[in-house]
Design a protein around this ligand. Sequence first.
Ligand SMILES: Nc1ncnc2c1ncn2[C@@H]1O[C@H](COP(=O)(O)OP(=O)(O)OP(=O)(O)O)[C@@H](O)[C@H]1O
Length: 270
Amino acid sequence: MSAAGTAAAAGELRTHGLAYSAGQRLILSGIECALPGSAVTGLLGPNGAGKSSLLRLIAAVLKPTSGQVSLAGTDLRSLKRKERAQHLAFVDQQVDADVPLSVADAVLVGRLPYRPAYAPETIRDELIVQRSLAQVGLEGFGARRLDSLSGGERQRVHIARALAQQTGVLLLDEPTNHLDLNAQNGVLDLLRGLARGGSTVVAALHDINLTAAYCDHVIVLAGGRVVASGETASTLTPGLIRSVYGVPAVRLDNPLTGRPVFAFGGTDQP
Ligand SMILES: Nc1ncnc2c1ncn2[C@@H]1O[C@H](COP(=O)(O)OP(=O)(O)OP(=O)(O)O)[C@@H](O)[C@H]1O
């Protein structure tokens, strides 16, 4: 998968005192974090820690109870919806498969922020769609129906849609879900390439070793709060993994990549 021909530099995303409640339930509070440009930031934490909620707040799918999100110093609330969609693309965790769309039309949705209302797509839009599909290894899939694809193929279509949006910021909720080993590494290679080209990439991940291999930075959530953040190499330690996930871990060197790799023991629970 290749990161060629994508958006320009985006800058740092920052959350300022972000909090979110659903009804009486406090889901996130006091979220102060910096998500640097030209980097992949991994969002980690146990089930229910608040990763999806945080991504949705940043993507403005949810409205915070308090606090704000800024991009390169600009409050995202000051941007109109279409303008925001030219800066920021979001691949949600729940992938809707039952829409009777072709793959090309699903990816073309990523071009909507650039089209006047009711205007047809242009040749440039179609070329961007083809290129985005090629970037995720789905060349030749354009005419297929979305609901005829496998889970992993559909996941890549949604990533292609976000690429077609040509934003400097990419937010992805478990982008390696449903993907086989090769495709997982392919998607993360692609994200890393985009970050090297200037993009701000933020991905919620469950796989500690993919995080260690591909993320420049990590933000670790637990119980709706940030419990650790910083450069992956210094932040992601066996002690942190044990305290957050309750799983003993040791850090080793992966002889194939030179990156750290973790081996895990059983849980702390009896
Ligand atoms: N609308 C809602 N009403 C009530 N509780 C909610 C709502 N949305 C999220 N929650 C709760 O907020 C918590 C955080 O959910 P969220 O999906 O953000 O966690 P997560 O870290 O992404 O989890 P996972 O790793 O399981 O996907 C969970 O306990 C969830 O049940």
